[in-house]
Design a protein around this ligand. Sequence first.
Ligand SMILES: [Zn+2]
Length: 69
Amino acid sequence: MVVRAKKTKAVKVCRECHRVVEGEACVICGTSNLSEDWAGYLVIIDPEHSEIAKKMKITLPGRYALKVR
Ligand SMILES: [Zn+2]
């Protein structure tokens, strides 16, 4: 499921896994390599049965960005 949403300035995403990060570090990678320049809000509910999750190598449910610069 791809949800189009307006980019909010405060929202950051992980450059490694594209996960939307609340705070200063990614909960999955543990990296602080974050970007505020991203597009396409993606909600993964069931990664095992989601084609887009497979393409993006997402294995955990959550909120992700489609494109991260
Ligand atoms: Zn990450």
